[in-house]
Write a protein that binds this ligand. Structure first.
Ligand code: SF4
Length: 376
């Protein structure tokens, strides 16, 4: 069982962000922390009835590091007291450069965090400026170095590519600087500009040079090569880790294991077919849990076919690929075989030991391959 805790607050809203996050006052932030503990309390019986240990806790956002570590530490303590948290549980917090400094990192380790996910995004000043981030490349470097020097955490750096004005050369520089810090883990994401966002408007006005699709593919390809050479294992479409440093919490999502999301707008899943999500409106969320009611907004019981589609999509994201027996459950393999053979000849997929997986080239067109498998 995994526990995700959503912190929906940020210092300010980035112009490309479509995550569930808002700018809030101190009173709301303080009420929210108590509401999180109330929600855990309400769900205690579910945890107990499942009889499973909590194997990982993940504080995501938003910007969890908008709180001092001791505030988040209260929640860890509460979980350890009220639930069964495994001794070796992976406990991650997402932090933004410019928020926590060395002193807070030491405090975070004392609170029980053992993994940091740093929202670096880039080491290039111009890219950070276009992304509208309120940190500089020096903040990124300082935080990443402090985190590594302390030697108390597994450290992940999040990086973004496909940003307006970004070139293959500036992306290479960012990757090289990131590798130079020697983090345990790197996540790379292609920028997605939500329609109607501030960034979308600027792009429409032609204010920037937008990287072409081919260039974005080259950026992904460059990252795969460069990180592979530096010893990082490409274990999921967007994720690279040194041996044994994969993110156990996120792997549980891709493997469709049980997880419960606490906090406004968070999502939960109990295998193999139950999903629900929480109320997004923050004050409604707080009032609901404080009134001893579960803050569930949407609950669905997946059909067998929907569960199978999820299995196909999520397994193919991972380097270990998909069990071909799972495909056979809903598909006529005689029909699909020719298509898969074609992909194999093009070097987009591999087939080994009864499994089907995407090559690095295949990962670039994963959406098309998955759509074709599900539809074919
Ligand atoms: S820091 Fe992250 S979650 Fe917050 S506004 Fe920026 S992109 Fe969104």
């Amino acid at each position: 069982m995994r526990l995700y805790l959503h912190i929906p607050f940020c210092v300010r809203k980035c112009p490309y962000c479509d995550f569930h996050s808002v700018v809030a006052d101190e009173e709301t932030k303080s009420l929210y922390i108590n509401a999180l503990m109330n929600e855990i309390d309400l769900l205690k019986r579910v945890f107990k009835s499942m009889g499973e240990e909590i194997l990982s806790l993940y504080f995501g956002g938003g910007t969890p590091s908008i709180y001092p570590p001791a505030e988040l530490g209260r929640i860890i303590r509460f979980c350890k007291r009220e639930l069964t948290v495994a001794r070796e549980a992976e406990i991650t917090v997402e932090i933004n450069p410019g928020s926590w400094k060395k002193k807070e990192l030491i405090e975070a380790a004392r609170m029980g965090f053992n993994r940091l996910s740093i929202g670096a995004q880039s080491f290039d000043p111009e890219t950070l400026r276009i992304l509208g981030r309120n940190h500089t490349h020096l903040d990124v470097l300082r935080l990443a170095k402090s985190a590594m020097d302390l030697d108390r955490f597994d450290v992940n750096l999040d990086l973004i590519y496909g940003v307006p004005q970004q070139t293959l050369a500036t992306w290479r520089q960012t990757l090289e600087m990131a590798v130079g810090v020697k983090p345990h883990h790197l996540s790379i994401y292609a920028l997605n500009i939500p329609e109607g966002s501030e960034m979308d408007r600027k792009a429409e006005e032609g204010a920037w040079r937008m990287p072409a699709e081919d260039e974005i593919a080259d950026m992904y390809d460059l990252a795969c090569r460069l990180l592979g050479k530096a010893g990082y294992h490409h274990y999921e479409i967007s994720n690279f880790a040194l041996p044994g440093k994969e993110c156990a919490h996120n792997i549980a999502y891709w493997e469709r294991s049980a997880y419960i999301g606490i906090g406004s707008g968070s999502h939960s899943f109990l295998p193999s077919r139950l999903r629900w999500s929480n109320l997004k409106n923050i004050s409604t969320y707080i009032n609901t849990v404080n009134g001893d009611m579960l803050p569930v907004e949407h609950l669905e019981f997946l059909t067998r076919e929907e569960a199978w589609e999820e299995e196909v999509m999520l397994s193919l994201r991972m380097s270990r690929g998909l069990d071909l027996c799972a495909l056979e459950e809903f598909k006529n393999m005689r029909v699909l075989s020719d298509t898969i053979d074609g992909w194999q000849r093009e070097g987009l997929v591999w087939r080994k030991g009864g499994r089907l997986g995407l090559s690095e080239r295949g990962m670039l067109v994963s959406n098309q391959i998955i759509a074709s498998l599900l539809g074919g």
